[in-house]
Write a protein that binds this ligand. Structure first.
Ligand code: 13P
Ligand code: SF4
Length: 308
């Protein structure tokens, strides 16, 4: 069976849209209606008139689409496609933390569960975190969760003293600073660009720090440069498509990583076959209990409003 042809046929028949993150495997990115970063994907999910949203990403992303579209069917090719960062913030422990600091505004990175979003005042992504933090009056203290690396970076950028949750992403913490320095010595003309989920010592080497779409835009804006890219390696597919003549190298990860670069095994759980199956069977679907959905919707809508 020609999976690509069948997916296209089913998509049309069922009025479905395929939204994919830059970390998806190339064949999924190539068949998607839209490929983007977390913010762009939630904006697309908010405005779609499709009946079915096939979310080629991880659970929290599909869940955000469902929170925005309770009457639409939202399917994820593999329900086990989770996120270490979202897992690092269990809702019960987070609720205790927020209750211990009742005077704080709670800003959470979109990489968290619907339950955690329901405990949140404003959601953010890596492309708008600085803007969202800056939207809070200077005298109001802020809890920032769950990513401590992004939080530390945003704190530096805004000059705000953020109360950080101790969470992180296993993929962005897998980069090896020693190997990165060695690679940069070998390719001194390559500029290092990094995602803010990376650790501080990696960010300190970077010429540019930004979200996945920010990194792609930076590469596009500098056609005569070469780059070492410190984020999940799936981004190289779109980057290279956009800039076929630009030399790109993935930042190296520590020895025990399964890949020489850094791959998110959650993102890579989705395959073209699973995408076809979930579209055909309209399963597995994302469900969010209505009382959680209603509360989680408020901080997501605030983020979308502030990002206009
Ligand atoms: P962005 O696409 O918002 O840069 O986030 C990257 C990420 O870690 C998704 O898991
Ligand atoms: Fe989560 Fe990290 Fe994978 Fe993004 S790359 S989905 S933050 S584990």
């Amino acid at each position: 069976m020609d999976l690509v042809k069948e997916i296209k046929r089913l998509k049309k028949k069922k009025n479905a849209v395929i939204l994919a993150h830059y970390y998806q495997v190339p064949e999924i990115q190539d068949i998607a209606d839209f490929v983007g970063d977390s913010l762009q994907l939630s904006q697309k999910a908010a405005e779609t008139d499709a009946d079915i949203i096939v979310f080629a990403g991880v659970h929290f992303m599909a869940e955000t689409a469902k929170i925005l579209n309770p009457d639409k069917i939202v399917v994820l090719p593999d329900l086990k496609a989770g996120c270490s960062l979202a897992d690092s913030c269990p809702p019960e422990a987070f609720e205790k933390f927020t209750k211990a600091h009742p005077d704080h505004i709670v800003i959470t990175y979109v990489n968290c569960s619907a339950e955690v979003k329901a405990l949140t005042d404003i959601v953010c992504t890596s492309s708008n975190a600085v803007k969202i933090v800056n939207s809070v009056p200077k005298d109001v203290p802020i809890i920032f969760a769950p990513d401590k690396n992004l939080g530390r970076y945003v704190s530096k950028q805004t000059g705000r003293d953020l109360l950080l949750w101790d969470g992180s992403c296993i993929v962005h913490e897998a980069f090896s600073i020693d190997k990165l320095i060695a690679l940069h010595k070998k390719y001194p003309d390559h500029k290092i660009i990094a995602h803010p989920e990376s650790e501080e010592h990696i960010l300190n080497t970077a010429s540019y720090i930004g979200s996945t779409s920010g990194m792609i835009n930076f590469v596009k804006a500098h056609p005569n440069e070469k780059f070492i890219v410190a984020t999940e390696a799936g981004i190289l597919h779109k980057m290279q498509q956009e800039m076929p003549d630009t030399e790109l190298l993935p930042a190296p990860a520590v020895e025990d990583n399964t890949c020489a670069c850094s791959e998110c095994h959650f993102m890579k759980m989705n395959t073209l076959q699973k995408l076809y199956d979930c579209l055909l069977n309209e399963s597995p679907q994302i469900e969010v209990p209505e009382h959680i959905r209603k509360r989680a919707l408020v901080p997501i809508e605030r983020m979308l409003e502030l990002s206009k």
